[in-house]
Design a protein around this ligand. Structure first.
Ligand code: PLP
Length: 397
């Protein structure tokens, strides 16, 4: 059903525009339709029965599969270079579907220190309730993974670019150790998007995304997706996720598909705008440090320069005046919006210590390099000089 079948050499910009469409009798729609239906009608009971038990049978019931949702799954699987994908109602829905489908009581998992807050909380919950143990390692330390492996270790969990200090994971190095030790590698690629990184090319087994962020890109939908390198893993997670009920609504899937078409264009602008702001802020007297892997001062700079064609649209900075200065800055911006989330067309800022990372202890904050005066910025696609003027006035000139 994909018009790009057999054309895998096309660039992401082209693949993102030409999305999968359902074939009708002799023509196909230009845009992917929204199949806003809970279920499907059958003439043949055998086809009905068959569709209930596998993801590639007939469409039966919306919790199992839907043509609009399937179009999104095929589009993202194509962009990430996977065999198939399972979409979910949120990023956490996709992440928990993967973890719950693949982990058993008594299993051990290795995860990087700097994790998205919701993921860290879910892993802590699994650990408490199912006796799953966790070892945390730095995101760029393959030797630490090798050392942490035990007979019951099942999975390595990484993020391409971490929130909010933008550490970059050594995907080739970390995934190679996992492969050698027989572990599955799961990579949250939300911050990079497949435009900047395709973790399956670095030997990951599963890629997860909060499509709420860059993929949909317009701050108007919540969604998630997991992409698989392997058909057996895909079927296993599909079977679990559809029982769990993590399925997205067709309209949410459609909004995400619509956003996806401009992902490469938006990502280029997010990166360019971020480069301008991060470079200039690093020179500003009110700023103590800027954290963006595109700056040579960032600990991940060399790795990022090897792994990524550009460095993403999120950065953080520490104000010389600490927490008070941070709060003053956040209440003084006019164009940038004080809001959760990231990856939308608008520039959004937040204070991690009191919002996204509020559940972390002082020690955990310090281990992640997050200070009292750290401000996180998700840079939008506005004109960069307008953003710069806003930041300068909010910094007091
Ligand atoms: C937002 C986010 C999530 C969670 O996604 P939701 O869509 O909010 O459930 C997971 N990982 C990363 C890196 C995120 O930024």
């Amino acid at each position: 059903m994909h018009i790009l079948d057999g054309m895998s050499s096309l660039h992401p910009e082209t693949r993102a525009v030409h999305l999968p469409k359902p074939a009708l009798n002799g023509s196909t729609p230009i845009a992917t339709p929204i199949y806003q239906t809970s279920g499907f009608v059958f003439d043949d009971p055998a086809v009905f029965a068959d569709g209930m038990s596998r993801p590639d049978g007939a469409f039966v019931y919306g919790r199992l599969s839907n043509p609009t949702v399937r179009a999104l799954e095929e589009a993202v699987a194509g962009l990430e270079g996977g065999v198939a994908a399972v979409a979910a109602g949120s990023g956490m829905g996709a992440i928990n579907s993967v973890l719950l489908a693949l982990l058993r009581p008594g299993d051990h998992l290795i995860a990087q220190n700097a994790l998205y807050g919701g993921t860290a909380a879910s892993i802590a919950d699994l650990a408490g309730r199912f006796g799953i143990s966790v070892t945390y390692v730095a995101q760029d330390d393959p030797a630490a993974v090798r050392e942490a492996v035990r007979p019951e270790t099942r999975l390595l969990y990484l993020e391409t670019i971490a929130n909010p200090m933008t550490q970059v994971a050594d995907l080739p190095g970390m995934c190679a150790v996992a492969r050698e030790a027989g572990l599955l590698s799961v990579v949250d690629n939300t911050f990079a998007s497949p435009v900047l990184c395709r973790p399956l090319e670095h030997d990951a087994d599963i890629v997860v995304h909060s499509t709420t962020k860059y993929m949909s890109g317009h701050s108007d939908v919540i969604g998630g997706i997991a992409v698989f390198a392997d058909d057996e893993l895909y079927r296993k997670v599909w079977a679990y996720a559809t029982k769990l009920g993590a399925t997205p609504d067709p309209f949410a899937a459609w909004l995400t598909l619509r956003g996806l078409q401009t992902l490469p264009l938006r990502m280029a602008r997010h990166c360019d705008n971020t480069r301008l702001l991060a470079t200039r802020l690093a020179e500003h007297p009110a700023v103590r440090a800027v954290h963006w892997p595109g700056l040579p001062t960032h600990p991940s700079y060399e790795l990022a320069a090897k792994l990524l064609p550009d460095f993403g649209g999120v950065f953080s900075f520490d104000l010389a005046g600490g927490r008070d200065a941070g709060e003053r800055f956040m209440s003084s911006v006019r164009l940038a919006l004080l809001a959760p989330s990231l990856g939308g067309v608008e520039t959004l800022i937040l204070h991690p210590a009191t919002t996204s990372h509020r559940t972390l202890t002082a020690d955990e904050l310090a281990r992640n390099g997050i200070g009292e005066g750290t401000v996180r910025v998700s840079v939008g696609i506005e004109h960069p000089e307008d953003l710069w003027a806003d930041f300068v006035q909010a910094l007091g000139g």
